[in-house]
Design a protein around this ligand. Structure first.
Ligand code: GLY
Length: 352
């Protein structure tokens, strides 16, 4: 797994001198077209404006239709198999851009410049690329490690509080996989503090992720621990997008993951004795920073149906990554009844 370089003109030059692409193009989150464009100054020295394509970030962008559309635009820009694609944005755009780079002319070089907290701590690393299909998140994807990652935490200034908090939920996940010390540090840090204060947490998450990815790059075994909270989280995220209506903002990835963490740790508490005190700390954190997700029992079946499609499952069982205690993840199968009880618990403690 490649580690991050600083996002500087010198680092970009050094990278390109080694890679020697015949051309560099950039796929950039459209929020940087008008606002915060000065943040991209080092990239603009390397990639001329006509070679910059803008696309909205977010899960709705991860479609095969858009892969086709952007591939045709790259072809119009005479992008060859020896060209380099920079992808600048959050996790969804990196998923999309990585997938595009993997399939365009059977694969071109790609470098990521993550601009959201979620992408900085998680999505940029480990080579997962993905496209959604129907209500199923990440149904299509390929492993493709980026050729480089450039990190600058000052991009976090450009984010809303909601976006920062969504990324912070992934930091909570990493804390659960690490140890009591890191967990204590993460839950006692104000997620909305100055970005520079978050840098040490970001670096630690990258370090943890590296360990899991190197041990199991294809996600067939121990890397699945990185899915704590995600079986329930992905289903809720997919469900909230599918049932979106005007005036209703669907769950962001990290928001759904934090709910997933509470639901899955409740099951872990019941079945494996995960400490109630740690679960209560996460609930208190969620109540302090996150809005409750309101849902009713009549929606449980639709959400569980989405969970049945999770890639970790085998046969009819639904697999979740539970923990015996902090730092001890274990994959277990859970019944529909256990999930229903855990949803009831979430609604009771969070106030849905
Ligand atoms: N985000 C989980 C993984 O990369 O495996």
């Amino acid at each position: 797994m490649v580690g991050p370089h600083d996002f500087s003109l010198q680092a970009l030059h050094e990278f390109q001198t080694k890679l020697k692409p015949d051309k560099a193009v950039a796929l950039i989150d459209s929020c940087f077209r008008d606002n915060y464009s000065e943040r991209l100054a080092p990239l603009r020295e390397i990639v001329p404006e006509p070679m910059c394509l803008y696309l909205n970030g977010g899960e709705d962008t991860k479609t095969l239709g858009l892969v086709r559309e952007v591939a045709l635009r790259l072809n119009d820009c005479k992008v060859t198999r020896r060209s380099l694609l920079y992808v600048v944005g959050g996790g969804s755009l990196l998923d999309f851009g990585g997938f595009l780079a993997a399939v365009y002319k059977r694969g071109i070089a790609v470098a990521y410049i993550p601009t959201t907290l979620m992408a900085m701590v998680d999505a940029a690393y480990g080579g997962k690329t993905a496209i959604n299909a129907g209500e199923v998140k990440n149904l299509l994807g390929i492993f493709k490690e980026p050729d480089a990652i450039f990190l600058d935490e000052s991009f976090l200034d450009s984010l809303s509080d909601r976006e920062i908090l969504s990324g912070y939920a992934e930091i909570v996940k990493y804390a659960l996989l690490e140890d009591e010390t890191f967990f204590g540090k993460v839950l006692s840090t104000d997620p909305l503090t100055h970005p520079a204060q978050l840098r040490a947490l970001i670096d630690q998450c990258i370090h943890i992720k590296k360990r899991f990815v190197e041990a199991d790059p294809l996600d067939l075994d121990t890397r699945q621990a990185l899915n704590v909270g995600h079986t329930v989280g992905h289903a809720l995220e997919g469900y909230s997008h599918a049932s979106a209506r005007p005036g209703f903002s669907p769950l962001r990835h990290g928001e759904a993951v934090l709910i997933g963490i509470i639901v899955e740790l409740y099951i872990a508490h019941k079945l494996l004795g995960f400490p109630a005190e740690r679960l209560q700390q996460i609930i208190a954190f969620s109540r302090e920073y996150f809005s409750p997700f309101l849902f009713e029992c009549k929606q449980y079946d639709a959400i569980i149906k989405l969970m049945a499609q999770d890639k970790k499952n085998s046969g009819d069982d639904i697999a979740v990554l539970a923990l015996r205690r902090i730092g001890e993840p274990i994959k277990i199968n859970v019944s529909r009844a256990q999930l229903r009880n855990a949803f009831d618990f979430y609604r009771e403690v969070i106030g849905g």
